[in-house]
Design a protein around this ligand. Structure first.
Ligand SMILES: [Cu+2]
Length: 298
């Protein structure tokens, strides 16, 4: 009998750390310098970006994509970013959480690349996590598309199926074309895609809008999934997974987190049920505007 009683608290502890809801991803511990350097080449490019079928955005980008390339390193690495600006407007690159000198902040000269200039900034990383990087030279830069994510792995983190999610907002006046709306230059109404209402294609996940343009996130039951979510636009967003749950950074069970502009979160979860689950921002007008996708769990 005594042995059975002793088992009860043990079973309780096992339930708390059940694989269904893993321990929160920890960003609390700094790591020593690794001595490694990650070199990143960014080139500003103004491009016509297809946000979805028939939705063409006059985007300002890093390396021609919206968002720009994900910068990946291990906590303790130094990241050296060389930014070249062949466009006609200033561009800079600023990021969060890492350490850099004030003159490499991206907010003031000399860390703003004027047209025709190339500049270099150095970021010393200590903490793991996921943060945004973005232009800091003008009010327009972020909204036009000069954004991206920095992924900083912990040297000792568990391997996981990782998803990078960049939530952002676009300027509807900078679209060259929108489905169901007359092109302001040509008067032509595109019938591509689907007309979705007044906020259409304004709120995007990884530079795309709606389930027909955002590639579905893929996962498997029982597999550790790590979501690296950054919010870098002009509005507050939430990241909500249907049918799933995880522990937030306060240790509370949740299925939805809120991120103001410039905020970020990394969390671990394990899918428990198969299905084509909806994932979206929970502001109804942002869903209507494009912030909805699928998490395909096999
Ligand atoms: Cu939102």
């Amino acid at each position: 009998m005594k042995r059975m009683i002793l088992l009860i608290p043990f079973v309780g502890i096992t339930a708390c750390s059940s694989p269904e809801v893993p321990a929160p991803y920890s960003t609390r511990r700094p790591y020593a310098p690794t001595g490694r350097t990650v070199n990143v080449e960014l080139t500003a490019q103004d491009v016509r970006w297809e946000v979805g079928p028939g939705a063409i955005y006059n985007a300002w980008t890093f390396n021609g994509t919206l968002p720009g390339p994900t910068i990946e390193a291990t906590a303790g690495d130094e990241i050296v970013v060389r930014l070249t600006n062949p466009t006609t407007h200033p561009v800079s690159v600023h990021t969060h959480l890492v350490e850099f000198l004030q003159q490499e902040d991206g907010a003031d000269p000399p860390s703003i690349a004027m047209p025709g200039q190339t500049i270099t900034v150095r970021w010393r990383t200590r903490y793991p996590g996921t943060v945004p990087y973005h232009d800091h030279s003008s009010e327009q830069g972020v909204r036009r598309g000069l954004i991206g994510a920095v992924v900083l792995h912990a040297p000792d983190e568990l391997r996981a199926n990782e998803h990078v999610v960049v939530l952002s907002d676009l300027d509807q006046t900078a679209f060259e074309q929108l489905p169901g709306v007359a092109n302001p230059r040509t008067g032509v109404i595109s019938d591509a895609g689907t007309y979705r209402g007044e906020h259409q294609y304004m709120h995007v996940i990884n530079g795309h809008a709606y389930e027909d343009a955002i590639p579905a996130f893929q996962g498997r039951v029982g597999e550790l999934n790590r979501w690296r979510v950054v919010s870098i636009g002009v509005e507050v967003h939430t990241w909500h997974l249907h049918g799933q749950r995880w522990y937030d950074t306060n240790g509370e069970l949740t299925d939805n987190i809120q991120l103001s502009p410039g905020m970020y979160n990394t969390f671990d979860m394990i899918p428990t049920r198969t299905g084509s689950w909806l994932v979206h921002c929970h502001f109804p007008n942002h869903m209507e505007g494009g912030m909805m996708a699928r998490f395909e769990v096999r």
